[in-house]
Design a protein. Structure first.
Length: 279
């Protein structure tokens, strides 16, 4: 029986992903989330086949992530699959995390960085573990400032999101390289434009009048958005890959930059105060 840790499983296409895995696998799930009531409502509406533990965790808090990891360790000594799916699209007021870090960077990059690192010993206890990070085609619109990863001088919520999705790919490739001689694989994927609450939040307010048509004609259903994540969760693949529509794809030139991935890793260490034991 597998042990699966899942973030971003209580909203958006993550719900569809979680239920598909529940229907296809014999597993114990550890679902990290901030809203116990929301999860309870989800379960009461549609019970799970497998055992599912809700783990209270606020991904904008390093202390909360640490507490969640400690709770997981009391319940299992092995993780076979880690799904880093949670993400945010911030706003131009530049909200910050509980650790006073720009929120998009904190949740979309630093939370997976520290959660993955702290669960790595349990992942290595598996005979064949995999890590899956949710990226986006919007990584192609990233504009990185090497002197200002938080975009403090010129903040823009859309830019912060695009940058964070570039970071998801860079993190995936760097970690895959570090774990090259282990049984742990790391991949990421683009779910496409998916009809979720985040899509509504990200859609330009000046174009709200066409949003219903955009949803109907362009956006994917949550089931479709979850497909590649499910594919990566249930099959053995290469490591360090970027996928879309269940196929390996080539990301942007920036996403292939080893110097940029080295920079991101160093910045992530500085901001989290956490270093991987495998480095």
């Amino acid at each position: 029986m597998e042990s699966i840790v899942f973030t971003g499983g209580t909203s958006g296409f993550g719900v569809n992903w979680l239920y598909r895995l529940d229907s296809e696998k014999n597993a114990i799930f550890y679902v990290l989330g901030r809203d116990q009531a929301k999860f309870s409502n989800l379960v009461s509406f549609r019970p799970f086949k497998n055992t599912v533990h809700f783990i209270q965790c606020e991904l904008d808090s390093f202390a909360s992530i640490q507490k969640a990891v400690e709770e997981i360790k009391t319940k299992t000594n092995r993780v076979d699959c880690l799904i880093n799916n949670a993400g945010v699209w911030s706003n131009d007021d530049k909200p910050t995390s509980q650790d006073d870090i720009e929120l998009t960077l904190a949740v979309n990059q630093l939370a997976p960085f520290i959660l993955t690192g702290k669960l790595l010993p349990l992942l290595k206890n598996s005979s064949c573990a995999n890590i899956i990070n949710t990226a986006s085609f919007r990584h192609k619109d990233a504009r990185v400032d090497l002197d200002d990863i938080q975009l403090m001088a010129n903040f823009n919520a859309e830019q912060a999101y695009c940058n964070s999705k570039l970071y998801s790919i860079l993190f995936t490739k760097q970690l895959a390289s570090l774990l090259n001689n282990t049984q742990v694989s790391v991949n990421c994927f683009d779910p496409g434009i998916v009809d979720t609450p985040m899509l509504s939040q990200a859609f330009p307010s000046s174009l709200n009048f066409i949003f219903p048509m955009f949803r109907r004609l362009v956006a994917r259903t949550p089931d479709k958005g979850a497909e590649t994540g499910i594919f990566l969760s249930t099959k053995t693949h290469t490591t360090g890959g970027y996928f879309k529509d269940c196929k390996l794809k080539k990301p942007s030139k920036q996403a292939m930059s080893s110097s940029l991935s080295d920079w991101l890793w160093t910045e992530s260490e500085k901001l989290t105060g956490f270093k991987y034991a495998c480095v």
